[in-house]
Design a protein around this ligand. Sequence first.
Ligand SMILES: Cc1cc2nc3c(=O)[nH]c(=O)nc-3n(C[C@H](O)[C@H](O)[C@H](O)COP(=O)(O)O)c2cc1C
Length: 133
Amino acid sequence: MENVEKVCWFLDEAKTYYLATVEGDQPRVRPFGTALVYNGKLYIQTGKVKSVSKQLAANPKAEICAFKDGTWLRVSGELINDDDRNAKVAMLEKMPSLKSMYSADDDNTQILFFQNGVATFSSFGGAPETFCF
Ligand SMILES: Cc1cc2nc3c(=O)[nH]c(=O)nc-3n(C[C@H](O)[C@H](O)[C@H](O)COP(=O)(O)O)c2cc1C
């Protein structure tokens, strides 16, 4: 499995992860669940109307954290907007529950991919493992 696929697999298994952004000097964090590998990149999905979207437009630095079965994952990098319609369709196909709120052609649906992603898997008693993707 490619590094980026390992990261996405863990996010899928954990089901919920927490996405941190920056607003001025204030960290902001909230639960997220969307994750997709498309063209070798790790994407998440949100709505342009949300504060999280506005924070990432002003400062793309982000970090996510997920926990499952004694292992936690942190991913840092920049979250970059992508207007690729095919990637939006792929996200909605992977996460069909989004379709009640979003479509590939509305003005709200936004997907973003990690640039300069650094992922660290950690657990108590084990050495952390770091991957770049
Ligand atoms: C389990 C769970 C998963 C969620 N996944 C997402 C997601 O993938 N994308 C999204 O935009 N909102 C998702 N949400 C909703 C956001 O957490 C919520 O809209 C949040 O307020 C957005 O942050 P903001 O208020 O700073 O914009 C999820 C909520 C929960 C409870």
